[in-house]
Design a protein around this ligand. Structure first.
Ligand code: RTP
Ligand code: MG
Length: 140
C-alpha cells in the first residue's frame, strides 16, 4: 500500500543507458529514502502516452514518448516523511541547466527532455503510478 509517506520514481532510459542506476540509487538512499519496491522494466508507447497525457498537446510529446520507450527503465517506490515534495526537491528542476547543484538531474541528466528521473507530483499520482508497476506482493 502506498501511503502519504511514499512516492514513485522512474530512472529514465538515458540514465540507464549511461550506467547511472547505481549512483542514482545511492543518492536516493543517502537522502533518507527507503526503497520499498524496485525493478527494471519497460513501458509501451500506449503506456507512455497515458502516463504523460497531460502533455499530449505539447510540441515535445512525440519525442517524449519515443524517449521513454526506447529502452529499459528502473521503477521504485520510496518511503520517507514528506516523500513527494522532498523527492521533487532532490531531483531538481525539469531542465538540468536550471537544476540546483547536487540535485539528481543536475548531476545525471542529459537535457531537458532526457532528464534522468521522474518523481510523482502528488500523493494521488504516486499511488496510481506505483500501483501500475507493482503488485501487492512486490511492495514492502
Ligand atoms: P516528470 O513528470 O518526468 O517527473 O518531469 P517534470 O514534472 O519535472 O516535468 P513535466 O513538465 O511534467 O514534463 C514531463 C517530461 O517531459 C519532458 N519534457 N521535455 N523538450 C522539452 O521542452 C521538454 N519539456 C518536458 C521531460 O522528460 C520531462 O521530465
Ligand atoms: Mg511531471
Amino acid at each position: 500500500m502506498i501511503t502519504t509517506n511514499r512516492t514513485f520514481t522512474m530512472i529514465k532510459p538515458d540514465a540507464v543507458e549511461n550506467g547511472y542506476v547505481g549512483p542514482i540509487i545511492e543518492k536516493i538512499t543517502a537522502a533518507g529514502f527507503k526503497i520499498v519496491a524496485l525493478k527494471m522494466t519497460r513501458i509501451s508507447r500506449a503506456d507512455a502516452r497515458d502516463f504523460y497525457s497531460e502533455h499530449s498537446e505539447r510540441s515535445f510529446f512525440g519525442e517524449l514518448v519515443e524517449f521513454m520507450t526506447r529502452g529499459p527503465i528502473v521503477v521504485a517506490i520510496l518511503q520517507k516523511e514528506n516523500a513527494v515534495a522532498d523527492f521533487r526537491a532532490l531531483i531538481g528542476a525539469t531542465d538540468p541547466a536550471e537544476a540546483a547543484e547536487g540535485t539528481i538531474r543536475k548531476t545525471f541528466a542529459t537535457s531537458k527532455g532526457e532528464n534522468a528521473v521522474h518523481g510523482s507530483d502528488s500523493n494521488e499520482n504516486a499511488t496510481k503510478e506505483g500501483n501500475f508497476h507493482f503488485s501487492d506482493r512486490e511492495k514492502f
